[in-house]
Design a protein around this ligand. Structure first.
Ligand code: HEM
Length: 431
């Protein structure tokens, strides 16, 4: 039983979350101080608390979630996303989440299967041409563009093609092309509000029928006041979905292909599974029945969770890991560390997709695996992200085997999302 009032921690100060070095520090501190420790953050002059035990994580994200708001990390995100559901709090967040939730229902998402199929077919043709030329593809860019196209077309439907025709370019392309997420990018990205506003205005005027997220959000009503979202609210939610839906999925797919290129036997097993399910357009149910492919994606998300650091701030005092937590304390949770916690994972550094099947999975602590977070603020896009990733891996693994074009060591970049620092070049081999 812990009695000390203050958890252990390093004597040095360090701004966790502020640089790639954070991952090294998180590992170091965990080795030294275990499940609960605190680190002085020089940039803000306060102590950040770090928790690594799934019971405490459950408390912060689920059982006592009312005591926590999104913490320090979210300020950076706000510059980019305004006040969409990723960054808002309290009654406003609750209202927006309630209005958006039905659009992410499984029945609705299933209707995107033809779109997922069409976009993957287009990229399969590109990959096929690269294979024929014997040239590598820039996998990082390919999946970034592919996931951006999916998110944009699922939001704006046919309006995206109209915009491209009118202006000759995809105005949202900057999101995939520009890798930095600095202030300059935030400024360019926020200028897209004009484009979104124009689409919304045109739809209000023309009253045309669409099936896409924008039309669902425009039709949604507050259940108390029966009011729709204002243009401002709609725009912030759209920009939130674009960024939240694109970067995370792109990073997860990049990691998946990287891991497959390093594990031939696993790749072969995926190929065998795709050969058994050769149906062209996969429904959500059919995609989910690709059990092994699902396990591989889960394992990629375990080792490299794009959302590698979640931050919360306590409203009132609490207790975590046996230590008192004062009001207004920033509490950090790292899925990257949790997913490698030696008490909850055997051989945590190894890539073993089968750990997501059978007894291993059934007996594991439910809160030891949180790539999409848990509790009321868990990822609203979890189902569509999984659907999208399953369809993509299935579509491509049926036809191609990807091998690395070089042997450059992979370094981790831990900014808002966890991704490989440099572009991953891959040779496409036709099967
Ligand atoms: C592999 C893909 C994805 C991963 C790993 C992921 C991960 C996460 C995580 C960890 C959170 C919680 C953040 C926090 O609590 O601080 C989150 C929230 C969120 N995600 Fe995702 N996400 C993915 C895909 C998507 C997609 C495809 C969409 C939408 C199309 C989406 C939309 C959102 C939104 C709107 C939130 C905020 C929810 C709220 O606060 O109510 N995500 N995601």
């Amino acid at each position: 039983m812990q009695t000390a009032a203050i958890p252990p921690g390093p004597t040095e100060g360090f701004d966790l979350g502020g640089s790639d070095e954070s991952l090294i520090k998180l590992r170091e501190y965990f080795e030294q101080f275990g499940n609960t420790y605190r680190v002085f953050a020089p940039s803000r002059g306060v102590y950040n608390y770090v928790i690594n035990h799934p019971d405490d994580i459950k408390r912060v994200l689920l059982s006592n979630h009312r005591n926590y708001i999104k913490g320090e990390g979210i300020d950076r995100v706000k510059i980019l996303l305004g006040t969409g559901i990723m960054t808002s709090e309290g009654d406003f967040w609750r209202r927006q989440r309630r209005m958006m939730q039905p659009s992410f229902h499984r029945r609705v998402i299933d209707q995107f299967s033809a779109l997922l199929h069409e976009i993957n077919e287009h990229y399969a043709e590109r990959w096929s041409a690269a294979a024929a030329r014997g040239q590598p593809i820039n996998l990082t860019e390919e999946v970034s563009e592919l996931t951006l196209e999916i998110v944009l077309r699922s939001i704006f439907g046919a309006d995206l093609a109209r915009l491209k025709r009118q202006s000759g370019v995809n105005p949202f392309h900057v999101v995939a092309k520009e890798q930095n997420r600095d202030l300059k990018f935030a400024f360019r990205f926020r200028s897209l509000t004009k484009v979104a506003a124009e689409i919304i205005e045109t739809r209000r005027r023309e009253q045309t029928e669409h099936f896409d997220f924008l039309s669902m959000l425009m039709a949604s009503r507050d259940r108390e006041t029966d009011e729709p979202m204002s243009n401002r609210e709609l725009i912030d939610e759209l920009l939130t979905l674009i960024v939240a839906g694109h970067e995370t999925t792109a990073a997860a797919l990049t990691w998946t292909w990287y891991l497959l290129s390093q594990h031939r036997v696993v790749a072969q097993q995926i190929e065998e599974e795709t050969d058994r399910y050769s149906a062209q357009t996969l429904s959500l149910g059919a995609a989910e029945s690709l059990k092994y492919t699902h396990q591989v994606i889960q394992e990629a998300l375990r080792l490299y969770p794009p959302g590698w650091l979640l931050t919360r701030r306590s409203l009132e005092a609490d207790e975590l890991g046996g230590f008192p937590i004062a009001a207004r304390t920033d509490v950090f949770i790292s899925p990257y560390m949790l997913h490698r916690h030696p008490d909850f994972w055997s051989q945590p550094e190894d890539f073993k997709p089968e750990r997501f099947a059978g007894d291993d999975a059934a007996e594991r602590h439910r809160f030891a695996y949180i790539p999409f977070a848990v509790g009321p603020r868990h990822c609203i896009g979890e189902n569509i992200a999984m659907f999208e990733m399953l369809v993509h891996v299935h579509s491509m693994a049926r036809r191609f085997r990807l091998t690395r074009a070089d042997n450059e060591p992979i370094e981790l970049e831990a900014h808002i999302n966890l991704r490989p620092r440099s572009n991953l070049m891959m040779m496409v081999n036709k099967r």
